[in-house]
Structures are given as structure tokens and as C-alpha cells.
Design a protein around this ligand. Sequence first.
Ligand code: NAD
Ligand code: UFG
Length: 339
Amino acid sequence: MTILVTGGAGYIGSHTCVELLNNGYKLVVLDKLINSKLESINRVKKITGKDFIFEHIDLLDKKALERIFSDHKIDAVVHFAGLKAVGESVIKPLDYYRNNVTGTIVLCEVMQQFDVKNLVVSSSATVYGTAKQMPISEDAPLGVTNPYGRTKLMVEEILRDIYTSDNNWSIALLRYFNPFGAHKSGQIGEDPNGMPNNLTTYITQVGIGRLNEVRIFGNDYPTKDGTGIRDYIHIIDLAKGHLKALNNVLNSNGIEAYNLGTGRGYSVLEVIKTFEKTAGISIPYKVVGRRPGDVAVSYADPSKAKRELGWEAEKNLEEMCRDSWNWQKDNLYGYLNKK
Ligand code: NAD
Ligand code: UFG
């Protein structure tokens, strides 16, 4: 079976490629390398000892995409390619709609043209907006607060319309909670271009001294210690969720959304403390004001993925901290380091 992976050089994509290769899938990976480096592809090959084709193209380049589908017999697509910075999406909404929404439309047009109708897609817990009930299940009301979130919701709705028009499609919408951690080899991990946006990358970069201190966005939330609570999920568990979803998509028709989370929430302070203990270093921090648009608490009800995909997260917060630190301390400048 040959799988096209879009955005496969990125954080979640590279870890998923390792799982897919280790489970016998052949891959064609495409990436424009706008938030990633070619070195991640080399390391995926090194970790797995398997080769695959890498295409340095833009998903929006329809001709190039058609060439890929005509050169290879693609059985399914795992679609990660997208822009993901919430703040940037507010400043450059058109870039986000064009890349994330139009990119997905171009992909689906070409898939339809080549009669490939099996698709696993990156969605996000962001589609739940400010959820009223915890844990969040897939049938919770949807609502978004920024252009990035809206692209994810639009993509989900577009894909539902495609399925309604043609029941031969088989689509899994994977709503990720907060990915953290790295491959145990320390060879691949998260390496964002520029300033990190998320808490976990911020912590590891403070750990190595690239950044001075973590700013905690508010300690006056209605939570046990006043800081925001999220559902952190180990990147390897997340990658395995894609494998299970892909197996399911290849053996059924329909469109289903699945939460990929652990079902357990940790506060910002708990994450910092656990990281300090696991890595054996101190992480300076200071409390600043709330970040606009943040919710107090968000954690998943992951029972649907367990019931229907046979998947559940296995790794705990200590393992996420340990593996992230293992990656970051050996790759101070991410993939720019030689290793
Ligand atoms: P990432 O930025 O590390 O990876 C995305 C990859 O897509 C990058 O390698 C980038 O170069 C590539 N890309 C973007 N636009 C492209 C285009 N037009 N053509 C070709 N390649 C393109 O991000 P990630 O964390 O691995 O996220 C993967 C997906 O998961 C994204 O769709 C993101 O929105 C979604 N997601 C991420 C998180 C998170 O916290 N990391 C949470 C929820 C959802
Ligand atoms: N936080 C800080 N300081 C920071 C960064 C974050 O205190 O420097 C806090 C936030 O206020 C929040 C928690 O840490 O309470 C997690 O924040 P992240 O930015 O790491 O993650 P979010 O939950 O805000 O959002 C992330 C992605 C979204 C995605 C969502 C769910 O940025 O795109 O996870 O998957 F939708």
C-alpha cells in the first residue's frame, strides 16, 4: 500500500511517517518546507532504515500533484500540510484560508480525478472553541474564535459535503489536543521556524537557554492553581492514532471525527514542574496577563477512538517531558545541528 503524506517533514508528519514505515506502508511525502527542514526527512529514513520519495512541492501546485498521482499508485492520503499559528492567522487570514482551505480543495480535486478516496486529515481541538462541558466529546457544539480555527472547521465541513455527494469516500477527521514529546531516538522532534507559539516548545527552549523565561499567561483561571489546563498527548501516541485511523479508513466508508487526547488535563504550572523534575533543570518563569482567546480548561473524551479505532494514548507527561528534552538538548538549534 502506498500512502501520500502531505506536510510529512513537519512535527506530527515526521513522527507519523516513522510509524507508517515501521508498519509496512510505502510512502510518498510532499512538503513545501515552509515550517520544516529537509533534514527531518533524512532522519526519518535513518531511524527506520527505509527509503521513500520526497517531493519538495506546494500542495497548491495542482500540476505537480497530478504528476505525483500519475507516477505512483496512491491508495490513501494522510494530510498534515497547513499553517498553524493562531496569532499569525489573525494578521494574515488570507494566507491561512488559501493554504489550509484551498490546499485541501486542490488535494481533494486531484484525489477525485484519480479515484483515490481514502483520507486521514489533521483537524484540531480548536474546533470546539470554548467548550462548556469537560471532557469534550466529538458531539460537543463546534465554534471557533480565530481564522486558523475557522480553516479547520471549514475543512471539516467541506469534507462532509464531499462525502454526502459521494459515499465512496472514507475520511477520518483527527482532532488533536496538545502534542508534546519526541521520538525516543532523539533524532526527530519539534523544530518550529522562529519564535515558538506553544507552551511545550517554549519550555524546552528556555531549558537550553535559547529563551530566558516562560511567561505564564494568567494565574487567575478557575482551575486548581489558577493556570490553564490542557490535554497533552505524546507525539508517538498521536502518530499511532494516525496508523489506526488509516487502517480503519482503508477498510470502511464514511466520515468520522475522532478526538486524539489522553482524557487527562494538566495545568501550565504542573507541566513546568514535571519538566523541571524530569530534566533535572530549573525553568525560570513569570506570570503575565491572560493571552486573548485562551480557554481555561480543555481535555478530551477519547473513548470514541478507543471504541472504533482500538486506539488509546499510553504515554504519560513524564515521558513527554523526557523525550522532548532528550531531543532538544542534543539538537540545540533543531535540524540545523549536525547529528
Ligand atoms: P508543522 O508546521 O510542523 O508541519 C506542517 C507541515 O506542512 C510543514 O512541514 C510545512 O512546511 C508543510 N506545509 C504547509 N503548507 C504547505 C503547502 N501548501 N504545501 C506543502 N507543504 C506545506 O505542524 P504540525 O504541528 O506537524 O501540524 C500538522 C497539522 O496538524 C497541521 O495541519 C496543524 O494545523 C495540525 N494541528 C497541529 C497541532 C499542534 O499543536 N502541533 C494541533 C492541532 C492541529
Ligand atoms: N501558555 C503559557 N505560556 C506560553 C504559551 C502557552 O502560559 O508561552 C499556556 C496557554 O495559556 C495555555 C497552555 O499554556 O493555557 C497551552 O497553550 P499552547 O499555546 O501550548 O496550546 P493551546 O491549547 O493554546 O493551542 C494549541 C495549538 C492550537 C490547537 C490546540 C489544540 O496552538 O492550534 O493546541 O490542539 F488548536
